[in-house]
Design a protein around this ligand. Structure first.
Ligand code: PNS
Length: 160
């Protein structure tokens, strides 16, 4: 069985992430979407909230499993017996950080081969940080995130 892990903060999951999950799930028998629980990183949503939003957003994809992880991604790759790490590349500006992470993960785990996928052009400009910023100022995000995320963001910023 060929299994891949798609790690991220997913704070919150966007339509760009969902697009990437769909693409990756066609390439592997199983895709593990792994939400990083990093206590040193200030997230808007708790890991339990992010887990719920990601699970609901991906519930119609049978070969996708969602987990929360702590510690090193390279260790998770070994534990979950994954042959690839999936990461999204949107623009050249993503590349430097992604390149560094991919090579470090390969150093830490020989089975950790990073596979970069590009989202559909319609989501290339999306990021979780931008979505939160727009939501905070009551901007239009409805067609950029799954419904469950839209509702959670409205509630997080005190709107019905
Ligand atoms: O969505 P993000 O914030 O870009 O995801 C970054 C993430 C979670 C993939 C990265 O921070 C990570 O792998 N964290 C786990 C700890 C780790 O392994 N760090 C070393 C990476 S080389």
């Amino acid at each position: 069985m060929r299994r891949a892990v798609y790690p991220g903060s997913f704070d919150p999951i966007t339509n760009g992430h969902v697009d990437l999950v769909k693409r990756a799930s066609l390439l592997f028998d199983e895709l593990v979407v792994a939400i990083a629980d990093n206590p040193r990183k200030q997230a808007l949503f708790s890991h339990a909230e992010r887990l719920e939003m990601v699970q609901k957003s991906l519930q119609d994809m049978p070969n996708v499993r969602v987990i929360v992880f702590q510690g090193l991604l390279a260790d998770l790759v070994e534990q979950e017996n994954c042959s690839a790490i999936i990461r999204g590349l949107r623009a050249v500006s993503d590349f430097e950080y992604e390149f560094q992470m991919a090579l470090m993960n390969r150093k830490l785990s020989h089975s950790a081969e990073t596979v970069f996928l590009m989202p559909s052009l319609r989501w290339v400009y999306l990021s979780s940080n931008l979505i939160k910023e727009i939501a905070r100022h009551n901007g239009a995000i409805k067609d950029l995130v799954p419904d469950v995320v839209y509702r959670k963001l409205r509630a997080a910023f005190g709107r019905k």
